[in-house]
Design a protein around this ligand. Structure first.
Ligand code: GLU
Length: 294
């Protein structure tokens, strides 16, 4: 069973995906991560989560770095790019495959949507297990035919192997029982990307020696899966804090869409970044922006 890390030196990270411009919610999150590191002579790492080749853009990488610098975020060490770490992900996939915990999934989105048996999990419909039930010869036939496939984890088998998993929250300090089964057989290697977010994030947090993960509440459920992977792969488990998300004037959470307040727009408008950072730290958000309930 994995347990809380006992860090001698706190290491946290900010890990944006370069699929759009950063908004003030990202700025707020990055400031909290930096303050967490600086408050304990720890370090802050920057990781660009760019394995999604279709949605990641070089111009967003440049924009993210410019925005963070403008806001006064200072990170330690080189920027880590997930697109340069594919070998690490492949090796872990091989290990999990060797444990008999992965199966190829040939389903299209339409196949899954058409399934009437898909139950709902914390993040929407759960994969109904169509390809888990494929007879081995059929699986081999599709693989030999070069059929596009993802790799899914057989969650029941994985939970059986790992036993009960927990993750630790560092604020407030507590130990939380994870429920990976609720997510069903999640994808660990995508048809269109060599690894999924869950796999790459878990492996990189361990490889980068991250002791404290601070991220939005939208990723709270993902932590159930990450701590299961840590247990299966014998990785240390960082402590977690999931902060509330910011809502826009429409009451919807800020996203990388045009109506969200982008840091780049504030920069162009001549906003004083030191003032903005002080306001965000004090929980004073621009007009129309509010904090979602935890
Ligand atoms: N790359 C993710 C995002 O931009 C964050 C991942 C994480 O903090 O675990 O939403």
């Amino acid at each position: 069973m994995n347990g809380p890390a006992a860090p001698q030196h706190l290491v946290t990270r900010f890990a944006p995906s370069p699929t759009g411009r950063l908004h003030i919610g990202h700025g707020w999150s990055a400031l909290m991560a930096m303050d967490l590191a600086r408050g304990s002579s720890g370090s802050l790492r920057l990781r660009i989560e760019d394995i999604d080749g279709a949605r990641s853009r070089a111009e967003h990488v440049d924009g993210i770095i410019e925005d963070l610098r403008w806001l006064g975020i200072v990170w330690d060490g080189p920027v880590v790019f997930q697109s340069q770490r594919l070998d690490l992900y492949m090796t872990a996939l091989d290990r999990l495959r060797g444990m008999g915990l992965l199966y190829p999934c040939f389903c299209t989105r339409a196949d899954i949507a058409a399934s009437t048996t898909a139950p709902h999990g914390p993040e929407g419909p759960v994969y109904p297990g169509i390809c888990r039930q494929l007879p081995e010869p059929e699986r081999e036939r599709q693989m030999a035919a070069g059929q596009a496939h993802a790799w899914r984890i057989d969650m029941k088998a994985a939970v059986k192997k790992a036993g009960g998993v927990t993750w630790s929250s560092f604020s407030p300090p507590s130990v939380v029982a994870a429920d990976p089964l609720a997510h069903g057989d999640v994808v660990l290697a995508r048809k269109d990307a060599p690894a999924s977010y869950h796999l790459s994030c878990t492996l990189d947090d361990a490889a980068m020696g991250i002791t404290h993960v601070l991220r939005g509440n939208d990723l709270r459920a993902a932590t159930d899966i990450h701590c299961l992977l840590q247990a299966l792969l014998g990785l240390p488990s960082p402590a977690y804090l999931h902060h509330p998300l910011l809502l826009g004037p429409d009451g919807k959470r800020l996203a990388k869409r045009a109506e969200s307040i982008a840091l780049a727009d504030l920069r162009d408008q001549g906003v004083d970044p030191a003032r903005l950072a002080a306001d965000l730290r004090a929980g004073v958000f621009p007009v129309g922006i509010s904090l979602a309930d935890a």
